[in-house]
Ligand binder design. Structure first.
Ligand SMILES: *Cc1c(COP(=O)(O)O)cnc(C)c1O
Length: 364
């Protein structure tokens, strides 16, 4: 017999057909949009590649803001589709400067598309999204935003800003499963996607999802992934109980408390008030400490820390307070662990003041 092994993860009941439309509407509410919501049965990098591939045609010009490896990948996917991609690259691991964006838009009036990442979990920076979208729309550029990390940690008002495509995944600040992702798609974006020459019968084809959306979202074409859909439903239940504003405020508080803790310790933060993200806080490690040594010291204390990812972020230490980690005990553990690790490696830091500063933020 094969029935002697029971697991809650096996023999999953189907996701009820009427719930697909409800799930799409709930994601639309989180994005503050009335645009169509396409849901991709794959992790968010697939949705990002699908957006690049479905929009770009040979010869199209795109302005691509690069503030992390994700931005580089997005530019490369647009190039693979034949696009002429103008990268606007920030200083390593820094947010993009608005002037650089404005200048590139002026220099390339024939561009059709502008793409960027909203907030970066790789380095803890946040880009000036509203200002950039404003610049892009003044020039009639179609805008594509990677909001995978930021959604749930930052306000994202797709319709007020006028974002044509926003790509999100549930696995970061929304604290949901990683196996589904979603895009909001404006009518102008659908017009570009619908031109001949785009991918069809492909996981990268947004056109393939249009009949499903237009038909009111019955069961998706192909095989559904019920475990992921049930998990997304549960994550949205939990999020709605707390309220989106509450979830965002919890991320803001965690970020604020982390920065206050580091500052009180005598350590400076990598970002300033203009470029903070609410998902991850970063600081540059003192030059005499090898990254591996610091990380090993933290593991010895039982609270792992992480290094930054991508060019310029190698010597950043990341304090991740995203999703269910945006909470008091995580922040306190991260800050005290970093302080104790620095102290153990011969640096004079004020751990007591750091912990008091975190407490003060949460007590306020
Ligand atoms: C996490 C993330 C993604 C999705 O990538 P995975 O690492 O595969 O989860 C895409 N863009 C950004 C900005 C992200 O932070």
């Amino acid at each position: 017999m094969t029935t002697d092994h029971w697991s809650p993860l096996l023999d999953i009941p189907p996701f009820p057909a009427e719930r697909y439309a409800i799930t799409a509407a709930r994601l639309g509410a989180i994005l503050h949009t009335r645009n169509d919501i396409a849901i991709v049965q794959a992790e968010a990098v697939v949705a990002l590649e699908a957006a690049a591939t479905s929009i770009i045609r040979p010869g199209m010009k795109a302005i691509n803001i690069v503030t992390s490896p994700y931005g580089s990948w997005f530019g490369n996917w647009m190039r693979l589709s034949g696009g002429e991609v103008i990268d606007v690259t920030a200083s390593p691991a820094r947010a993009i400067e608005l002037d650089a964006v404005a200048e590139t838009i002026e220099t390339h009036p024939d561009a059709t598309v502008l793409s960027l990442v909203h907030a970066e979990s790789a380095s803890g920076i946040g880009n000036p999204l509203a200002e950039i979208i404003h610049l892009a729309r003044k020039r009639g550029l179609l805008t594509i935003v990677d909001a995978v990390a930021s959604i749930g940690g930052h306000h994202l008002d797709v319709d007020t800003l006028g974002i044509d495509i926003a790509v999100i995944g549930p696995q970061k600040a929304l604290a949901g499963p990683a196996g589904l992702s979603a895009l909001s798609i404006s009518p102008a974006a659908w017009d570009l996607i619908g031109r001949p020459g785009g991918p069809r019968n492909s996981i990268l084809s947004l056109s393939d999802l249009k009949p499903w959306i237009d038909g009111g979202y019955g069961a998706p074409a192909g095989t559904a992934v019920p475990l992921e859909w049930h998990a997304l439903h549960a994550a949205l239940d939990r999020l709605e109980r707390e309220g989106l504003d509450g979830v965002i405020a919890r991320h803001q508080l965690a970020a604020c408390a982390t920065r206050a803790g580091l500052t009180a310790m005598g350590v400076s933060c990598w970002t300033d008030d203009r470029t903070n993200s609410n998902l991850v806080t970063t600081t540059e490690l003192p030059p005499d400490i090898p990254v591996e040594v610091l990380l090993a010291e933290a593991i010895r204390l039982g609270q792992p820390l992480a290094a930054g990812v991508g060019p310029g972020a190698e010597r950043l230490i990341r304090f991740t307070h995203t999703g269910q980690q945006a909470r008091f005990d995580t922040v306190m553990a991260l800050i005290s662990t970093y302080g104790r690790s620095l102290e153990g490696l011969g640096h004079d830091v004020d751990i007591g003041s750091a912990c008091s500063a975190v407490l003060d933020c949460y007590a306020a």
